[in-house]
Write a protein that binds this ligand. Structure first.
Ligand code: ADP
Ligand code: MG
Length: 828
């Protein structure tokens, strides 16, 4: 019953062409919705029947897979305004050799029942498969991978995949050692021929049969992986590096075999077993080094995971017991002693202490914790001892979310990779064609089969689509990991690439350039009202508003011991102010735009306003019954690192803008403090118009990044080419931005762009060298100037070189050139 509730299966009856899928649906509120979805689905071409169950929130759809696919069904449901909750299953795949394997696997997984899409990462050997939640189980995906000729294992985020990776590295190493060991006597024969021609040792080593016995296991045991992988690729109409290696080494091996068996009859005088065997050994060496280096590209994830505690001391039934982290449940009461790590997220229920959260927030000073305060998993308790109640465990914790977001980003593709994908599609067939032409050219030209064969072999093994395939993903992996270690979370490879092309940055003012904690500096009563009355009235109304200005006013009233006047009918007017009724009288608080819209004469306050705003303060008017009763001014402090960050961006050739709903004069004053030009200040912009302003900037041809707190500027963040949300570790708006800066330091913007540029540079370098290497190597080999063994070494070297070049990004030191206060916990 349970199992049948979700899944894709052929319906029990008659027609074999139809398939039934049970899709989860979210967002239905009434039976009406269910009927609407049913109608919408039935109208979709290829759908036979559709039944939507409102209670179980599932749609059972019978459809003709030849005419309509699952993504189209999901699209139809979304077009009607409902959501199909998605889940992702991660698999670790063994045996991926080259970028064409990746495309083949993606196709195989994408074609599996219930799958919406799949991305396979060449450098991690990981597949992320998207599907409607509950629709697919991992075992079906593993079977699909196996049918394509690879081995797979489900990765649940908690399980360490380091083991699988280590196994893969060991497998390449063992194959390489076998090949190298057996090749050694063959190489010795070559050396002996030169050093001591005619000696008995040379004669022994040169015995054809002995060489055959040595070379055969290299070819078919150590080198079997290339035949196997090449076969699975060819069967689906693909060709990859394995095909090239198998072809090239087989040519040398079988030519030599023919020499040993029928040498005299065929007139073959020389054998090339050392060539075939050594080539395989070299390519395996390259694969081994590459696998080891690839393991290091994801080391950052391991370090992030390493922040977790291993066990938690849970209080159950009056006694404390140490349980493994995975066994902690929400609601458990956990004891943390001095010097211990906080195991999961929660809320302090007893005791006081200070906790070092620098690994998550960058805040270098320990943060005081008392009853009711939130603690985060992975932070380090200092001297006190406390108990807390677990509120989030496992993957839901802040640290778990960070790890997951980095994993997802590392598994995603940057658009620039399409270049490599497009090239590698044509690459192998082209190389085989060139090898054939080389063989024929040499054979027809010289009549020498051996020379023709060796040149063709060199062509086959010198070309390496691997370097091309590794160029982008290895750089993305290293950079996202490095970013995460510095509090910069890239939500996908595409954003990493986009941030590298940014030419203008728009900062939100309140809470981004400024701290977002304004305080009241002036209260100016007018028209006979008292100072206390103005503040008490304003505080009563603002008590219901979340705006930073509102909080400042409420706090000021509290500080002065004034009871806020009870207000009713409070209405927030976004970007303008608030309205309410206090003691039966209409009260309006906000900027001059609000007053003039409501027909209130702000004339008497004009001089006061001008003076306050010129000081960089936000002055709001308080009006009662159509007349201004006073002005309240608040001032916010500029973040100390804002100036240096702006200067660093300008030095990088980035245009810096500021956008705010605040008044022009105050905005200009703040802009002056941080070094933003007056003509780059967009003031008095309503929240909804911020996105439009971003679009206007984009129309001038610039790629624009928007930096905000992710709360009320979400549309602008989404409109920008890259949206960066600032937060502080524990309350990051992870979901709203393309890049999340979790350390609440504006220099993170500079570092993000800097790191992205460095990454783009690396990718371009990698692609360039991979292409140049092939462009030079292939013709040289075709002209017969390249010994196959040297060609093989060059090939092995090229993919190792690309991976190593990407690993250099680990040395990237963000913020190294930027001034300002010492960045906390950054750059380690
Ligand atoms: P920002 O773009 O700086 O985040 P907003 O768009 O939120 O600013 O608000 C713009 C202006 O509207 C504020 O500077 C203030 O003058 C006025 N305003 C908005 N909300 C309130 C409020 N609750 N009380 C008083 N004034 C407000
Ligand atoms: Mg704001």
């Amino acid at each position: 019953m349970q199992a049948a509730a979700t899944g894709v299966e052929p319906p029990g009856t008659g027609d074999g062409a139809a398939v039934e899928a049970v899709l989860p649906i979210a967002g239905m509120t009434c039976a009406n919705c269910a009927a609407r979805i049913e109608r919408g689905l039935r109208r979709t071409a290829g759908v036979r029947t559709a039944a939507v169950n409102l209670a179980s929130e599932r749609a059972a759809v019978a459809f003709d897979p030849a005419r309509v696919g699952l993504p189209a069904l999901v699209g139809a449901i979304r077009a009607l305004g409902y959501e199909v909750p998605e889940a992702a299953t991660r698999l670790s795949i063994e045996g991926i050799v080259c970028s064409s394997c990746v495309q083949r696997l993606e196709r195989a997984l994408g074609a599996a029942a219930g799958v919406l899409g799949a991305t396979v990462n060449l450098s991690t050997g990981e597949a992320v498969v998207r599907h409607p939640a509950g629709l697919v189980d991992a075992s079906a995906l593993v079977r699909a991978v196996e049918a394509a000729g690879y081995r797979a294992e489900e990765l649940d985020g908690a399980a360490d995949d380091a083991g699988a990776r280590a196994r893969e590295v060991r497998r390449w190493r063992d194959r390489m050692l076998l090949a190298a060991g057996l090749s050694a006597p063959l190489v010795a024969a070559m050396v002996a021929r030169l050093a001591a021609p005619g000696s008995p040792v040379t004669a022994l080593l040169e015995t054809g049969w002995l060489q055959l016995v040595l070379a055969t296991p290299v070819q078919f045991v150590a080198g079997w992986t290339f035949y196997r992988d090449g076969y699975f690729n060819l069967r689906t109409g693909n060709a990859n590096m394995s095909v090239l290696v198998a072809l090239g080494t087989s040519a040398a091996y079988f030519y030599s075999l023919a020499g040993v068996l029928f040498g005299r009859r065929l007139g073959i005088t020389a054998t090339y077993f050392e060539t075939s065997a050594l080539l395989i050994a070299l390519v395996l060496l390259g694969k081994y080094l590459e696998a080891a280096a690839k393991g290091r590209t994801s080391a950052a994830i391991g370090r992030l995971r390493g922040l977790r505690a291993k066990t938690a001391r849970v209080l159950r039934g009056g006694s404390a017991e140490d349980v493994p982290l995975g066994a902690v449940r929400v609601g458990d009461t956990i004891l943390v002693r001095p010097g211990e790590k906080v195991p999961v997220d929660g809320e302090v229920v007893e005791g006081v202490s200070a906790v070092d959260e620098s690994m998550l927030t960058g805040e270098s000073l320990p943060v005081d914790k008392a009853v009711g305060d939130a603690v985060v998993g992975g932070s380090l308790n200092t001297l006190g001892s406390f108990t807390f109640r677990a509120t989030r465990v496992g993957r839901d914790t802040v640290l778990g979310q960070i790890v997951r977001s980095v994993e997802q980003a590392q598994g995603s593709k940057a658009p620039i990779q399409r270049i490599a994908d497009a090239i590698s599609n044509y690459f192998v067939p082209a190389v085989i064609a060139i090898a054939l032409v080389t063989f024929l050219g040499w054979y027809l030209g010289t009549g020498n089969v051996a020379a023709a064969l060796l040149s063709a072999t060199a062509v086959l093994v010198v070309s390496c689509p691997c370097a091309l395939g590794l160029a982008t993903p290895t750089a993305i992996m290293v950079a996202t990991g490095r970013g995460a270690e510095n509090g910069i979370l890239f939500r996908g490879g595409e954003h990493l690439e986009a941030a590298g092309r940014i030419r203008a940055v728009v900062f939100d003012k309140t809470g981004t350039i400024t701290r977002g904690r304004p305080v009241v500096t002036d209260v100016v009563p007018m028209g006979g009202a008292g100072r206390a009355a103005v503040l008490a009235t304003a505080a009563g109304v603002e008590a219901r508003s979340e705006h930073p200005v509102a909080r400042a006013i409420v706090e000021a009233a509290e500080r002065e011991g004034l009871a806020p006047a009870p207000a009713e009918g409070v209405l927030a007017l976004a970007g303008r102010g608030v309205s309410a009724r206090v003691a039966g009288r209409a009260v309006l608080i906000g900027n001059t735009a609000l007053m003039s819209r409501e027909g209130i004469d702000a004339g008497p306050a004009r001089d006061g306003l001008a003076r306050l705003e010129a000081e960089g303060k936000t002055a709001v008017l308080v009006a009662r019954d159509g007349g201004v009763m006073g002005v309240v001014a608040v001032a916010d402090t500029v973040r100390p690192e804002a100036g240096p960050a702006v200067a660093a961006l300008r030095a990088m050739g980035v245009d810096v803008w500021m956008i705010t709903g605040d008044n022009r004069r105050a905005a200009a004053q703040i802009a002056r403090q941080v070094g933003i030009a007056p003509d780059h200040v967009l003031a008095e912009v309503l929240p909804d118009d911020k996105a439009a302003k971003v679009r206007q900037l984009q129309r001038t041809g610039l790629r624009v990044a928007m930096v905000g707190d992710g709360i009320n500027d979400a549309p602008a963040l989404a409109t920008a080419d890259v949206g960066l949300a600032m937060g502080t570790g524990t309350d990051v708006a992870l979901e709203t931005a393309d890049i999340a800066l979790i350390r609440g330091d504006l220099r993170g913007v500079v570092a993000a762009i800097d790191l992205s540029r460095a990454t783009l540079g690396k990718i371009r370098q990698n692609l360039f060298w991979a292409l140049v290497y092939n462009c030079v190597g292939i013709p040289v080999a075709a002209l017969g100037h390249l010994n196959p063994i040297i060609a093989g070494s060059a090939m092995a070297l090229s993919s190792v070189a690309v991976t190593t070049n990407s690993l250099l990004l680990k040395r990237f030191r963000p913020l190294r050139r930027i001034g300002g206060p010492a960045p906390a916990g950054v750059g380690r």
